[in-house]
Structure formats: structure tokens, C-alpha cells
Write a protein that binds this ligand. Structure first.
Ligand code: NAD
Length: 134
């Protein structure tokens, strides 16, 4: 018996780096993993790495900065696996490197949209009353 047997997980930003390793670790512990990223190639590579070790994973392209995209990700995960137990909102960016006085506003908006709003979008939380959650 593994610690995540019969659990379903979403990992955002799982097309590379830390998110990929989290997705691989969850799958190795028995979870079914919905690998999500805006980078389709990287996401599919993560799924391949999980599958070759006998794990269960699928890729769903979603933009963490978009509420609609987050909702679609949760909906698709519940539809495919019948449940959702773990949401790892890992997707994030470093943003531009610049002094505050010169910091580009569009760069600021992007960092806030992905790193903050992407975590706030709460479709995976059951007590929001959102029907897609289990
Ligand atoms: N690596 C570090 O030292 C470090 C330190 C502090 C925090 N973090 C945070 O940890 C997380 C992962 O970092 P990492 O080093 O693995 O970064 P990474 O750049 O390797 O991976 C981030 C992934 O997020 C994806 N992504 C970017 N924008 C997205 C969006 N709008 N929607 C969905 N996916 C998107 C990218 O395609 C990429 O696959 C990030 O949130 C990062 O800010 C990392």
C-alpha cells in the first residue's frame, strides 16, 4: 500500500522543474496525476516519464493565470478520474528583474496573475460550493 493509492492530484506547472518532480513523486506514491502546464511539450514529457515507470498520468493544458482555465482543469480532472483530493498550485514565474522604479507594469500584472491569482482560484476547494469538486 502506497500513501497516495486511490488519490487524484492536479499539479500545475508540471511541465518542468519542481512541478515535474512533484508530479513524478505523487505518481510513484500511487496517485493518478493530472499534469498541467501552458507548455504542452513539457507536460507531455512529464506524462511520458510517469508512464514509463508504470504510473498513471494525463496532460491538460491550462493557464494558471486564467480563472476559466483553472475551472476547466478541475472539471476535466473530476470527469476523467471521478474525484480530486490534491491540488498542487506550483505554476509560477520569476518575472522581470528590474528596480521598482523601472519595473514594467505588464510584467507586474503577469507575476500577480500567475503567482497569486493562480493560487487563489479555488475551484478545487469543496466548501466553495463549486459543483465540480469531490
Ligand atoms: N527554483 C527555485 O529556486 C524557486 C524558488 C522559489 C520559488 N519557486 C517557485 O516554484 C515554482 C516552480 O519553480 P521551478 O523552478 O520549477 O520553475 P520552472 O520555470 O522550471 O517551472 C515552472 C513551470 O510553470 C509553467 N508555467 C509558467 N506560467 C504558467 C501559466 N501561466 N500557467 C501554467 N503553467 C505555467 C512553466 O511552463 C513551467 O513548466 C514556481 O512557482 C516558482 O516561482 C522556485
Amino acid at each position: 500500500m502506497k500513501i497516495l493509492d486511490n488519490k487524484v492530484a492536479i499539479v500545475t506547472g508540471a511541465g518542468s522543474g519542481i512541478g515535474r518532480e512533484i508530479a513524478i513523486s505523487y505518481a510513484a506514491e500511487g496517485a493518478k496525476v493530472m499534469v498541467s502546464d501552458i507548455n504542452e511539450k513539457g507536460g507531455n514529457e512529464t506524462v511520458r516519464l510517469i508512464s514509463e515507470k508504470g504510473g498513471e498520468a494525463n496532460f491538460f493544458k491550462a493557464d494558471s493565470s486564467s480563472a476559466e482555465s483553472n475551472k476547466a482543469l478541475v472539471d476535466e480532472t473530476v470527469k476523467r478520474y471521478g474525484a480530486l483530493h490534491i491540488a498542487c498550485n506550483n505554476a509560477g514565474i520569476g518575472g522581470p528583474m528590474a528596480p521598482t522604479g523601472e519595473y514594467p507594469l505588464d510584467g507586474w500584472d503577469k507575476v500577480i496573475a500567475i503567482n497569486l491569482s493562480g493560487v487563489f482560484f479555488r475551484y478545487a476547494i469543496p466548501d466553495t460550493g463549486y459543483a465540480g469538486c469531490r
